[in-house]
Ligand binder design. Structure first.
Ligand code: FAD
Length: 236
């Protein structure tokens, strides 16, 4: 892990990986922070049909035509500069992805399906995305990013439960050097700081002695507290 980054991308879907890859190619030091924890973390991109189109038009239509398509599809509500940037650069995205080694295929004469990530995922609901379309492209984009010194960091997640705060992160086992990397340690430090008690009691039920439990339960095994809540150890 590098000491500093020029760009930190939040979210490693195909959009994040494309932005990160292009920035790394332009010489920036890039990190992608992805909340998914798996090697092939699920995301919309992986589930998608992998068809690169603009409002069901061929993404390689001339920019002026695409601008009209965007205008019609958004009923003129698209921000003009953004719409123009989109239309002007749509074909470049395909070119850039191809230069990265991403493979496309076309599906018959369907105009908007001329640039489909290969191998194609059928356009039906299902979890058959591994080894197809965007999954293949994303693995490749991550590999290329790594070659340019960029990295995808997986598995950081913050959420709250009641008044408690939970942080989940998978830096690897403490026997591995990455765990002791100063920046990983900083993430853990920041997380502990963020998750520390916020000055009001947690909204969790108080300890209920077995005798007072709303449903009859039979105690078994070790106990940690007596009926007054005092910490004890022993067995019933
Ligand atoms: C079934 C299906 C089929 C589709 N088919 C097509 C198609 O054929 N063609 C087409 O153009 N579009 C299609 N779409 C839409 C398309 O998939 C999405 O528009 C596109 O994938 C969005 O890409 P993305 O990178 O922005 O988002 P995503 O792929 O959703 O990636 C976002 C990533 O950010 C991560 N993330 C989110 N929040 C955080 C956080 N706080 N911190 C860290 N990480 C975070 C997520 O875990 C995820 O990995 C389809 C969508 C679905 C669901």
């Amino acid at each position: 892990m590098s000491a500093a980054y020029d760009l930190v991308v939040i979210g490693g879907g195909i959009a994040g990986l494309t932005a990160a890859g292009r920035a790394a190619q332009a010489g920036l030091r890039v990190a992608v922070l992805e909340r998914g924890t798996d090697e092939a973390y699920p995301c919309n991109s992986r589930y998608s049909g992998g068809i690169l189109h603009i409002a069901f038009h061929n993404i390689r239509e001339p920019a002026s035509a695409l601008l009209e398509v965007i205008d019609a599809a958004t009923r003129g509500k698209a921000e003009p500069k953004l719409a123009k940037a989109f239309a002007d650069n749509a074909a470049r995205v395909v070119d850039w992805l191809r230069d990265e080694g991403v493979e496309f295929m076309s599906v018959g004469n369907i105009a908007y399906q001329q640039w489909v990530l290969a191998p194609r995922r059928p356009l039906t609901p299902g979890l058959d995305w591994k080894g197809r379309g965007a999954d293949v492209a994303m693995r490749l984009l991550e590999k290329n990013l790594n070659k340019r010194g960029g990295e995808v960091f997986r598995g950081g997640n913050c959420w709250t439960r009641g008044s408690g705060r939970i942080f989940y992160f998978s830096p690897g086992h403490e026997l591995y050097p990455i765990y002791h990397n100063p920046q990983i340690q900083r993430v853990i430090y920041n997380a502990v700081n963020w998750a520390r008690p916020q000055g009001r009691p947690a909204e969790v039920p108080l300890h209920v002695p077995v005798e007072n439990a709303p449903e009859k339960i039979h105690a078994r095994g070790p106990i940690m507290h007596d009926a007054s809540g005092k910490l004890v150890s022993g067995t019933r």
